[in-house]
Design a protein around this ligand. Structure first.
Ligand SMILES: [Cu+2]
Length: 194
């Protein structure tokens, strides 16, 4: 009997060399003239994060930030993130609503990092939202995240927890209880009262 167990080691994105071989082996394309150059590297092998950090919080929501750096030759798209520190995560952007308030919301289609460029995750902008902390996060602790890209590759990183008074954006889709935090950033054009 034949078991066609077509696993793809490349999905793990662990060993670069093995991944390249697997990609070639699994290719269904016939014009494999320059296979080694036409197969783009998995996004998870081309993206790293600089200066990652997480805002300390006792419970509820908090966010993770940093600079995503993409060295690959094709756009990379982060479609989801996971961590043991929160039962749910969302990829958020911050936009101005009709009332002129800065609100954060889930970004449609994920975070796109153009080839060879960076994407800042920062208070008042894009960020990884931890929707429901499983335990308090205190400064000095570390949180491990796994990003998943649109090609199913992944990238894991660890970020320190830091005390920070900003990054309290309103949450557009939040329940009543969670949507009343004030915006601590400096981007608002209205008066800053603290
Ligand atoms: Cu958010």
């Amino acid at each position: 009997m034949t078991l066609r167990h077509h696993t793809t080691p490349a999905r793990l994105g662990v060993v670069l060399a093995a991944a390249s071989l697997a990609l070639v082996g699994c290719s269904t394309s016939d014009d494999g003239a320059a296979a080694s150059e036409t197969s783009a590297a998995p996004a998870g092998d081309s993206v790293t994060i600089n200066d990652a950090w997480v805002k300390a919080a006792d419970s509820g929501m908090t966010a993770a930030f940093g600079e995503l750096v993409h060295n690959g030759s094709a756009d990379a798209t982060v479609v989801s993130a996971t961590t043991e520190a929160s039962s749910a995560l969302e990829l958020h952007e911050t936009v101005e609503n009709d009332a002129g308030e800065m609100v954060m919301r889930e970004v449609e289609g994920g975070f796109v990092i153009p080839a060879g460029q960076e994407l800042d995750l920062e208070p008042g902008g894009n960020h990884i939202m931890l929707m429901d902390l499983t335990d308090p996060l205190q400064a000095g602790e570390e949180v491990t995240f796994t990003l998943t890209f649109s090609d199913d590759s992944t990238y894991e990183f660890t970020a320190p927890v830091k005390d920070y008074s900003g990054a309290n954006e309103n949450y557009q889709n939040g329940d009543d209880n969670d949507s009343e935090m004030d915006m601590g950033g400096s981007d608002s054009e209205t008066d800053m009262d603290h």
